[in-house]
Write a protein that binds this ligand. Structure first.
Ligand code: ADP
Length: 276
């Protein structure tokens, strides 16, 4: 009996100890959760400030730049009989660079105003949406001899049409642009699970080295300069923002010389209502 009592008391004190430890760990977890919450709130605020700064800077740059562009066209007209080859060559640089700056400003403006735009959900037939993107890109597709393939029937969903359009357009455009194949091919497939849609946008282009996969979605991340491929480095950042806004996920599988496959995973319950 005494032995049993002793065993019981040993066991009880062990359990008490474990309970205390568990309580301590629980408290630590609560503290770290609170810390994480504070940090993400701070991050949200600084992101909003950054976007506001980008908006103001690009908005204020827009007017002087369009004046520069207009006056350089006027000046070019005035100087058209001026016989100096170098002067005309420099003029072309001014025009090209100011147009490039204009594109950059417009892209930054679009990026920085994107979060504040209201979400307009509507029924979208993704087959139709992709078709309208193909129509809009038809000049590029013809010029590069590129082909678009839609491997299976895409679903009809309820989402923000303008955002879905931009998301797919950016990825398709990149698949054609960063491509040196004789026949560039961009293929779209969709696989459906019980609670998710997964879209794959696959190209046979130049590919992206794995060491860049992590930061390729950051603002202004570019792996090529403007002499090789023109761009602003905001397309994929915008894609990530769109997918994040739908609590989805965007990832890629790619290697240099082996093409690129972007994978978008969207949770049906959270953002899309399947119509059919
Ligand atoms: P942009 O095309 O304006 O430079 P993006 O944000 O769309 O900006 O792309 C960022 C960079 O990622 C590009 O400059 C390019 O180096 C690389 N990239 C994007 N898409 C592809 C692709 N499909 N294949 C190869 N490289 C790509």
């Amino acid at each position: 009996m005494i032995i049993l009592k002793k065993l019981y008391s040993i066991q009880k004190s062990k359990i008490d100890n474990q309970n205390t430890q568990l309580l301590e760990q629980q408290q630590e977890l609560i503290n770290s959760n609170q810390l994480l919450k504070n940090r993400s709130e701070q991050l949200l605020v600084s992101n909003q400030e950054l976007e506001r700064f980008a908006y103001i800077a690009s908005h204020d740059l827009k007017t002087p730049l369009s004046n520069i562009i207009s006056f350089s066209y006027l000046l070019e007209r005035e100087l058209k009989d001026f016989d100096n080859e170098k002067a005309h060559e420099y003029f072309q640089y001014i025009k090209k660079e100011s147009n490039r700056m204009n594109t950059l400003i417009m892209d930054v403006l679009e990026y920085s105003t994107f979060s504040s735009k209201a979400i307009e959900r509507e029924e979208i037939d993704l087959n139709q949406l992709i078709k309208s993107i193909i129509d809009a890109l038809s000049i590029d597709l013809n010029k590069t001899n590129a082909e678009m393939r839609i491997a299976n029937h895409l679903p009809i969903i309820k989402a923000d049409k303008a955002k879905m359009y931009l998301l797919f357009k950016n990825l398709i455009e990149n698949g054609i642009k960063y491509n040196k194949s004789e026949k560039p091919i961009v293929e779209i497939t969709c696989s459906e699970q019980e609670d998710k849609f997964q879209f794959q946008i696959k190209d046979n282009g130049i590919g992206i080295a794995p060491k860049y996969h992590q930061n390729i979605f950051q603002m202004f991340a570019r792996l090529h300069n403007n002499h090789e491929y023109e761009g602003t480095g905001l397309g994929l950042a915008l894609c990530k923002k769109i997918v994040d806004g739908m609590s989805g996920d965007i990832d890629l599988i790619s290697e240099i010389g082996r093409g690129t496959q972007f994978i978008i995973t969207l949770d049906k319950a959270h953002f899309v209502e399947l119509v059919h």
